[in-house]
Design a protein around this ligand. Sequence first.
Ligand SMILES: [Zn+2]
Length: 224
Amino acid sequence: MEADKEDQLRIEVVNGAKAIFTKGLVEAGEGNVSIRIPKKDELFITPSFNQYTTLVKNEIVHMKFDGTPLSSGKLPSTEYRLHVAIYEARPKANCVIHTHSPFATMLSVVQKKIPVIMEEQIVFIGGSVDIAEFGKAHTEEIGEKALEVMGMKNGVLLANHGVLVCARSMGHVVKLAELIEKLARIYWGALQIGEPILISEEDCQRFKKHFDSLFATYVKKRKR
Ligand SMILES: [Zn+2]
């Protein structure tokens, strides 16, 4: 890969990481951001114990999907397997973010999913944000479980852990990480004051079209 193309991808990861930190979705040392390297089984990912405020492009780790490091220096995030599981299952997903953002994580701790409460949720995420049952954080198993629960959607809550989102671009995936935290906060607040009214199935279908054409990353089954 050309050096400037490589630099560009590293910078995208740095920018995504700084964006989620600025938005309060992660704290120092937690969460991770990655980008797929086009046409290869490789990715760039934030390092283990990432320090968001001082992060620079040379600290971004280059690695193969199988875990082989391709850069020297920092070690990759130990949660890289979550990212790889998504890239392997979804060719359209080019970026992945994992956070422990507070409201979403609160819901994950009581294992309460976010039902469809707002239209933008359908357009960007594809529907409800469900709970993937607890798996060991640093194993492949957690990635498989997350994918299973995501179904056709772009995001999931990992039980007692946090948020996992994927998208076609860094801009989109940052937006999704932010949106899930906002939905969690709104849903939590709504539960304090009454019974949340959910979006009807009919309305969901209307917005699904936009999701499918603009934001979906799932693999469509071929028609026979
Ligand atoms: Zn985590």
